[in-house]
Ligand binder design. Structure first.
Ligand code: XMP
Length: 523
């Protein structure tokens, strides 16, 4: 896809914790944007990127520190609108001849603040100050503040700690705000971004329909008539990547679905039926249950389990991929948050990529080139693209499922008997969640089978069966999580169903640990 054909907005990252949210807000407005660390944004970069507008992000540094991060001067000379946020405002004011003062107790502001408008009005604030209170709630997080605006700038709004909370040079279309319009605690922040991109002349041409067409063109350009292989897991990212590639190159694509015997009830059949029978993709169903379960036999240490599964996965994938003659490309569902090079003042990228279940290292080992058609997308955009490609909601809205599968939901030794019990209990639990209309409210839900048997009584008989734990969490990104507050009635009904319907379980518990200190999975 040629994103250069779109109106492009450049976000220069000065290291704010919330830079990604700026991109989210803009994408919601159908504006194509990219985040780049300030170190990378040189004159040559600006010329090549050719932004229609620029945003300076916030950041932790102080503009008064010698050597603190700056944009190149050229940014101000391109004739394009610029919006500076927090540190970005201070940089802009200082670069253009204004003054910034160090934060003192009285002027530092952290958290909620209220901005009131000045006499001077600007289209940047269309739709602001309308609710009758005459002020807008904003989210501040600054020590330093602007003490003198640069020549040509007007003050559009003030807050108690920031006399120059909103400043603008409307002739040059340079705007700067002390607060963070991208966070939810600035409720009208999206309007401000909308106004800014409108002032900059964006047409909102970043739609999934357009993305799809262009992505297809780009894939064709990249791979020509060469075969491409793709590891299909049935998860959202690999499913959407496979569907998109198939649209672009049809039978040149072969997907390898590795069945390690640790999948949920009917999962393998559903994935294969969906992609092979319904969507006509070439799918190799690698039936390697014996291999995986054999090597896991007697293993109870969680890390050892993970290592065995990771190693076998790569071996198996390679074995099947080798059968595809002339394969030169490996497709992966890498997303934008995985590739953003965040500015990190502690060194190194701040994004941690889970490596357990992808085919990391394989491309080099096998001499394959990567095709990553989702590299520019956020997760919810991938879902939108999936819908655009006709994937059913049951695939697009799926809870995440870990690469090592049920192995890490079966603490202790894994046996076929336990896996079978676990599959049945999990199916009942998910059915309950769906029936109560809770599936989409929950980030992830599953059953773990515990390595203990407990005594129970059913009818007139004694039972001595496994206990299981139900897990359901809310989360945004899986990095932190809270347990889902089910009604007691729901839990009671679910426990009864599991014990009645699943032979082998006679006790059900609910895990109410948040993350941290727990993790989402049990291993
Ligand atoms: P934890 O248990 O670390 O899980 O709180 C966070 C999220 O990551 C998923 N997870 C994995 N995903 N390979 C994956 O692809 C793995 O090895 C793996 N381990 C955990 C987990 O299901 C949750 O969504």
């Amino acid at each position: 896809m040629n994103t250069a054909e779109h109106d492009r907005l450049l976000i220069i990252d000065f290291g704010s914790q919330v830079t990604q949210l700026i991109a989210r807000r803009l994408r919601e407005l159908n504006v194509y944007c990219e985040i780049h660390p300030y170190q990378k944004v040189t004159d040559a970069f600006l010329t090549e990127f050719a932004p229609k507008a620029i945003i300076f992000s916030g950041g932790p540094d102080s503009v008064m520190r010698e050597g603190s991060p700056r944009p190149p001067k050229k940014a101000y000379e391109m004739g394009v609108p610029i919006l500076g946020i927090c540190y970005g405002q201070q940089v802009m004011m200082q670069d253009l001849g204004g003054k910034v003062e160090a934060g003192e107790h009285a002027t530092a502001e952290f958290g909620r603040a209220y901005v009131t408008p000045s006499e001077t009005r600007s289209d940047l604030l269309a739709g602001w100050f309308m609710d009758g209170s005459g002020r807008e709630q904003v989210w501040m997080s600054h020590g330093d503040h602007v003490s003198e605006v640069a020549p040509g700038f007007d003050v559009l709004g003030t807050s108690p700690g920031a006399p120059f909370a909103i400043t603008a040079d409307t002739d040059r279309r340079f705007y700067a705000v002390q607060f963070h319009p991208e966070v939810h605690h600035t409720p009208n922040g999206k309007t401000l971004y909308q106004n800014f991109v409108q002032l900059a002349g964006f047409t909102g041409d970043w739609t999934m329909g357009a993305y799809r067409e262009e992505a297809i063109r780009k894939i064709k350009d990249q791979v020509g008539d060469k075969p491409v292989i793709c590891a299909l897991s049935g998860g959202v990212d690999s499913s959407v990547a496979a569907a998109l590639l198939h649209d672009a190159i049809g039978d040149q694509l072969t997907c390898v679905f590795v069945d390690h015997g640790l999948l949920r009830m009917n999962e393998a059949e559903e994935v294969v039926a969906m992609f092979r029978d319904h969507m006509n993709l070439r799918v190799i169903h690698a039936q390697e249950q014996e291999l995986f379960l054999g090597e896991l036999d007697g293993v109870s240490d969680p890390e050892t389990k993970r290592k065995i599964i990771g190693r076998l996965f790569i071996d198996v994938f390679q074995k099947y991929a080798n059968q595809i003659e002339g394969a030169e490309f490996l497709a992966q569902g890498t997303l934008y948050p995985d590739v953003i090079e965040s500015v990190s003042f502690s060194g190194g990228p701040s994004v941690t990529i889970k490596s357990h279940h992808n085919v990391g290292g394989l491309p080099e080992k096998m001499g394959l080139k990567l095709v990553e058609p989702l590299r520019e997308l956020f997760k919810d955009e991938v879902r939108a693209l999936g819908r655009e490609l006709g994937l059913p909601d049951s695939f697009i809205g799926r809870h995440p499922f870990p690469g090592p599968g049920l192995a890490i939901r079966c603490p202790g030794e894994i046996t076929r008997e336990k896996l079978e019990i676990l599959r049945k209990a999990d199916a009942v639990y998910i059915d309950q969640i769906r029936k109560h209309g809770l599936y989409d409210e929950i980030w992830q839900a599953f059953v773990a089978i515990l390595p203990v048997r407990t005594v129970g009584v059913m009818g007139d008989g004694r039972t001595y069966d496994y206990a299981c734990a139900l897990r359901a969490v809310t989360s945004v990104d899986g990095m932190t999580a809270d347990y889902y507050p089910f009604e007691h009635d729901f839990l009671g009904e679910t426990a009864t169903r599991i014990i009645n319907e699943v032979k082998g379980i006679n006790r059900v518990t609910y895990d109410i640990t948040s993350k941290p200190p727990g993790t989402i999975e049990w291993e």
